[in-house]
Design a protein around this ligand. Structure first.
Ligand code: CA
Length: 464
C-alpha cells in the first residue's frame, strides 16, 4: 500500500516490469443492436455468455457509444476523449498511403498508457483507426495484433486473398495480419478472433494484460456458418437468421474467453467491458434497437445507446443495474485508474473512472452532460449532421436543418413526444452547454467514406 501510495504521489518511478492493476479485457461488438442481447431482454437471440458479464457484474442500461458510427466511436474509446477534440468524426477512407487518415499520432491510446505501466497489450480483430504504416496497432501501443486494419471484413477464410488492398472494396478481402505479416486463416473469422484471444490470455496469464477483443461481427457482410445458422432454424427471415447466427458466434467466443479466465483463476483480477461500438443498423443487418428510435448513424437513442456491461469480480457488485448515463469514453479512465496509471500529460479526459459510481460510493451521475456531434455538411443537395445532448433524463436533439427537439427519456425512451415547446427554458440551457462544448472542438481533420469522390479529386490536384 505504501509502495502504491508513493507511486501515485510520483515520489518513486513505476518500474516498467511491474504492473499492479487488474487485467483489462475490452470486448467490442460491431453494429450490435441494443435489444439483441439476452441481458437487454432478447429472447429471439440467445447470448448466455455475454449475459454472464452483466449477471456477474453491472448492466448499464444507459450505456452510450461516443459516436453513432464505427471509427469515431472507437477513437473515443481508445483515447477517453471526445474524438472531435482531435478532429475525428468521420469513418475514414481506407488509405494505406495517407498518414492523416486515422487516429492522430499525438493522441495516446489506452494500450500505450497501460503498456507504460507494464501491461502486455493486444488487439484482436478490427482496428479501423488508420491503415498507414505509422497508424497501425503496433505503432499505437499494442504489443500484439491479429486482425485487419479496415472497418469490416469477409468472414469466410476462402474469401481472404488480398495482400495489398488498393481500392476501398478490397479492404474486406485482405488476408489477416499478425503484426506486420500477412497470414492465411482457416477458420470462420469470428471463431478465429476468439481462438486468438484465448491464446493471448494463455500466453500472458502470469502478468497483467490488456486485451482489446474487437469483433467485426455482426457488421455486414452477412456471413455465417452452418454451425451457428442451425441454432436459429425458427427464424424465417434469412438476413435476420444470419445476423442471429453471427451474434451467436460472438457469444461463443465471449464464452471461451470467460472460461479461460476462470480456468486460469483470473476472474477476480480481470476487469471486463462489453459494448457495441454504435447502435444497430437495422437497414443493413436487421439489428433491433427496440424500444429505441433510430439506428446506426443517428444520434437518436437507437444510434448511440448500446448493450453495455462491466464485470470486475472482486470490486464491482454482481447482478445490478446502473441507470445513470455512462459512455464508452469512461473505459479509458476506469482502466487506467485500476492500473494505477496516470492520464497522459496534455490529454484531458472526458471519461471518468466508473468504479466509485458502480460500487455506489458516489451517488451523483458520472456525467453532468453527454454530447454527440456529427459533421455539418451538404451532400447530394441534402443538409447532414447535427447534435445531441443528454443531461439527466433529458435529451436535446438537433436535426440537420438546425431544428431542435427535446425528449424526456424517463417517460419516453422511444423519443416519440417532442416536449421542446413545453420545456423551452430547459432546452435552451442544454443548448447553451452544447454550444460551450462545441466551441472546444476541432473541425473534422479528414474526409470520410461519404466524401470519397472529393477525396480522390483532392488527391489528383495535389499530384498535379
Ligand atoms: Ca460499428
Amino acid at each position: 500500500m505504501l509502495f502504491r501510495t508513493l507511486l501515485l504521489l510520483g515520489w518513486i518511478a513505476w518500474p516498467s516490469c511491474l504492473a499492479a492493476g487488474p487485467n483489462v479485457v475490452l470486448i467490442v461488438a460491431d453494429d450490435l443492436g441494443y435489444a439483441d442481447v439476452g441481458f437487454n431482454g432478447s429472447t429471439e437471440i440467445r447470448t448466455p455468455a455475454i449475459d454472464r458479464i452483466a449477471q456477474q457484474g453491472v448492466r448499464c442500461t444507459s450505456g452510450y457509444a461516443p459516436h453513432s458510427v464505427c471509427s469515431p466511436s472507437r477513437a473515443g474509446i481508445m483515447t477517453g476523449r471526445y474524438q472531435h477534440r482531435f478532429g475525428y468524426e468521420r469513418n475514414p477512407i481506407f488509405a494505406p498511403d495517407d498518414p492523416n487518415m486515422g487516429l492522430p499520432r499525438d493522441q495516446k491510446t489506452l494500450a500505450r498508457v497501460l503498456r507504460e505501466v507494464g501491461y502486455r497489450t493486444a488487439i484482436i480483430g478490427k482496428w479501423h483507426l488508420g491503415a498507414h504504416e505509422t497508424l497501425k496497432p503496433n505503432q499505437r501501443g499494442f504489443d500484439y495484433f491479429y486482425g485487419m486494419l479496415g472497418g469490416g471484413h469477409n468472414y469466410f477464410p476462402e474469401l481472404l486473398t488480398i495482400d495489398h488492398p488498393k481500392a476501398h472494396h478490397e479492404e474486406y478481402s485482405t488476408r489477416m495480419l499478425r503484426n506486420d505479416e500477412r497470414v492465411d486463416e482457416t477458420e470462420y473469422l469470428t471463431d478465429a478472433f476468439s481462438r486468438e484471444a484465448v491464446a493471448f490470455i494463455e500466453r500472458n496469464a502470469e502478468r497483467p494484460f490488456f486485451l482489446y477483443l474487437s469483433y467485426n461481427a455482426p457488421h455486414t457482410p452477412m456471413q455465417a456458418t452452418k454451425k451457428y445458422l442451425d441454432r436459429y432454424q425458427e427464424i424465417e427471415n434469412k438476413k435476420r437468421r444470419t445476423y442471429a447466427a453471427m451474434v451467436s458466434a460472438v457469444d461463443d467466443g465471449v464464452g471461451r474467453v470467460l472460461e479461460t479466465l476462470k480456468a486460469r483463476a483470473l476472474d477476480e483480477s480481470t476487469l471486463i467491458f462489453f459494448l457495441s461500438d454504435n447502435g444497430g443498423p437495422t437497414y443493413a443487418n436487421t439489428a433491433s434497437n427496440k424500444p429505441l428510435r433510430g439506428q446506426k448513424g443517428s444520434m437518436l437513442e437507437g444510434g448511440v445507446r448500446v448493450p453495455f456491461a462491466v464485470r470486475w469480480d472482486s470490486v464491482l457488485p454482481a447482478g445490478i443495474d446502473y441507470d445513470h448515463a455512462v459512455s464508452g469514453l469512461d473505459i479509458f479512465a476506469t482502466a487506467i485508474a485500476a492500473a494505477g496509471a496516470e492520464p497522459p500529460a496534455g490529454q484531458s479526459l472526458d471519461g471518468v473512472d466508473l468504479v466509485p459510481y458502480l460500487t455506489g460510493t458516489v451517488d451523483e451521475p458520472p456525467h453532468e452532460y453527454l454530447f454527440w456531434r456529427q459533421p455539418q455538411t451538404v451532400r447530394q443537395g441534402k443538409k447532414r449532421g447535427g447534435y445531441a445532448v443528454r443531461q439527466g433524463n433529458w435529451k436535446l436533439f438537433q436535426k440537420p436543418s438546425g431544428q431542435q427537439e427535446l425528449y424526456d427519456l424517463a417517460a419516453d425512451i422511444g423519443e416519440k413526444r417532442d416536449v421542446y415547446a413545453e420545456q423551452a427554458t430547459r432546452a435552451e440551457q442544454l443548448d447553451k452547454a452544447r454550444k460551450q462544448w462545441d466551441s472546444e472542438l476541432l473541425p473534422p481533420r479528414f474526409l470520410g467514406l461519404g466524401e470519397r469522390k472529393e477525396y480522390e479529386q483532392l488527391r489528383k490536384q495535389r499530384k498535379n
